[in-house]
Design a protein around this ligand. Structure first.
Ligand SMILES: [Zn+2]
Length: 240
């Protein structure tokens, strides 16, 4: 079994890169094992296809140095926070037994983001209940409750509860985003339909948000997260 320190559970391949690639890279550099489970293949996408996005997600996983990346294949746009989908997410959490889970924003322009956030939040709690049975490859899984669930911040501004300095990992984060050549600004795709996220300005806004968050903690780039749980630290100097 592969046990992860951090599991990112987000709905569309590329959400994790946009929301927290810097934090992923930072913790891998610290020796932590990090993986991504994408909930859907993003098959309702305007540009490209699920097959193209599978390849892009695999390429990005290489760039990030992930210990694992898989796709649950839930229906893009139509998955619900119900028993059927919760059991699949619970099985993924129990499979990797992460200490920390990172998921989508509480609410966002794309309704899948808030719905995925709720689905992961519910499943994270239910995963700890031993009377809910799940299995992987025919083997019964053990209950598992992570210590911490964080939500990254996406299109809509949400005031973060915590900021992580990702300055040293910024260039690699941008590289991982550009692995999704069908989604973001790409001069080779100029004859394809343009979308909300395919303009050069979209990446500039990602950078502007990280610069704004970075300024708050006197670094160049930071990623922001929220937590429903009140966060604690073992000494005040770790808060600097
Ligand atoms: Zn998304």
């Amino acid at each position: 079994m592969l046990k992860l320190d951090i599991l990112v559970l987000s709905v569309h391949p590329d959400d994790a890169e946009l929301g927290c690639a810097g934090t992923i890279l930072k913790h891998i550099a610290l020796g932590k094992k990090v993986g991504i489970v994408d909930l859907t293949r993003g098959e309702l996408v305007t540009r490209g296809s699920a097959e193209i996005r599978d390849k892009e997600a695999a390429a990005s996983a290489q760039i990030l140095g992930l210990a694992a990346r898989e796709n649950l294949g839930l229906p893009d746009g139509f998955f619900q926070n119900d028993k059927e989908h919760q059991l699949k997410v619970i099985a993924a959490i129990r499979k990797y037994q992460p200490q920390i889970i990172i998921t989508n924003a509480y609410h966002d322009r794309h309704p899948d983001h808030g719905r995925a956030s709720n689905l992961v939040e519910t499943s994270t709690f239910l995963s700890g209940l031993r009377k809910i049975e799940t299995s992987v490859n025919g083997e019964l899984q053990q209950p598992w409750r992570p210590d911490l669930l964080l939500h990254f911040i996406q299109d809509e501004y949400i005031k973060p509860d915590i900021l992580i300095d990702v300055t040293d990992h910024w260039d690699k984060k941008i590289e991982s985003i550009h692995a999704f050549g069908s989604q973001f600004f790409n001069p080779n795709w100029e004859n394809e339909p343009q979308t909300y996220i395919s303009s050069p300005e979209f990446i500039q806004v990602i950078e502007a948000r990280a610069r704004e968050f970075g300024k708050v903690i006197q670094v160049k780039y930071a990623e922001g997260f929220t937590s429903r749980k009140i966060l604690g630290v073992d000494n005040l100097f770790n808060l600097l």
